[in-house]
Design a protein around this ligand. Structure first.
Ligand code: BDR
Ligand code: CA
Length: 317
């Protein structure tokens, strides 16, 4: 399958992430497709502490031979205590694959300053994709609010209108920094919320691992090594035979917007309650009669998603 590019400029994006097994696949998918111009990878603490997520991002880029700048961002949430997810992503945050000694270096500039400077210098044509806690983007918005109208749109993996995965109420990326999510959701910019409601439908079952493993290149090997570990922890924690491949759905959606069925609605982050902190309260039935600030993903074309993943892996030769 090929992505059609007739009369289309590549979509400029900054990918803000916390690798993380599924973040790594999001990088893989975004960095080597002519339909996407990956300007930079900005890293935040999330699945693991920042020193680890940064090394993981650099390792993935080096392993895949990607010439993309990587920036170190925020190491702690804006207000709450740090939350990490070693039970899912392991002690390194990216357990499973073996990486050679790291030579790729991060850029000197802080990720938040990079986001601010890049957006301010742009023509308003950059999409912000976030696949971790939104601390970097929220801090950038607070550092210089003038960036907000410069953002073309935000595509965010996080939240759920149903049940959470780190508490009954909340999804990890939002729970890890609900205050940052509040800043981002209330910024007034077009925002697509790719939540657990759809990512739980793309379970990376053994048949999928086997399908991608039949491709003979480094990207396929990375995919198999990552997903073999990820599936083990998903089985232990949630009882599933295949883990939800959350983060690459954002990139899949940019490559093919028909991937997702969206519903516009008003979404508010719960940052007040102890029990439900980090819940994305999506007013799907428009009960509150407030103007929509989000397009919430309601459904996903599962077969199309795996075709996009397969094409993304095959693109590595
Ligand atoms: C999100 O949390 C992280 O563990 C994953 O990388 C994904 O971004 C899913 O809740
Ligand atoms: Ca992530």
């Amino acid at each position: 399958m090929e992505t059609k590019l007739e009369n289309m400029e590549p979509r400029k994006i900054i990918l803000d992430c916390d690798p993380g097994h599924d973040d790594a696949i999001a990088i893989l998918l975004a960095a080597n497709n002519p339909a996407i111009d990956l300007l930079g990878v900005t890293v935040v603490a999330g699945n693991q502490t920042l020193d680890k997520t940064l090394v993981n991002a650099l390792n993935v880029c080096q392993y895949l031979g990607l010439d993309v700048p990587v920036y170190k961002g925020c190491g702690l949430p804006m207000i709450r205590e740090q939350l990490i997810a070693p039970s899912i992503h392991g002690e390194s945050g990216l357990d499973g694959p073996h990486f050679d000694a790291l030579t790729k270096q991060p850029e000197v500039q802080h990720a938040v300053n990079y986001i601010v400077d890049t957006l301010m210098a742009s023509d308003g044509d950059i999409t912000m994709v976030t696949t971790g806690p939104t601390t970097n983007l929220a801090m950038a918005m607070r550092l210089n609010p003038d960036i907000v109208p410069k953002i073309r749109e935000i595509v965010l993996m996080g939240g759920t209108y149903q049940l959470g995965n780190m508490s009954p109420a909340a999804e990890f990326n939002i729970l890890a920094d609900g205050d940052a999510a509040h800043v981002v959701f209330s910024a007034g910019r077009k925002l697509t919320m790719v939540g657990l409601d759809v990512t739980r439908k793309v379970l990376c079952l053994p048949s999928i691992v086997e399908r991608m493993g039949q491709i003979d290149n480094r990207a396929a090997k990375l995919f198999v090594d990552l997903m073999t570990f990820f599936n083990k922890t998903q089985k232990e924690v949630f009882g599933w035979d295949g883990g939800p491949l959350h983060d690459p759905v954002t990139i899949g959606f940019l490559l093919d917007p028909t991937l997702l069925t969206l519903r516009e609605c008003f979404t508010q982050i719960d940052i007040r309650s102890e029990q439900s902190y980090g819940r994305t309260n999506c007013d799907i039935f428009n009960i509150m009669k407030r103007p929509p600030n989000s397009a919430v993903a309601m459904d996903i074309d599962v077969a199309k998603f795996w075709d996009l993943i397969e094409a993304g892996i095959r693109a590595y030769g």
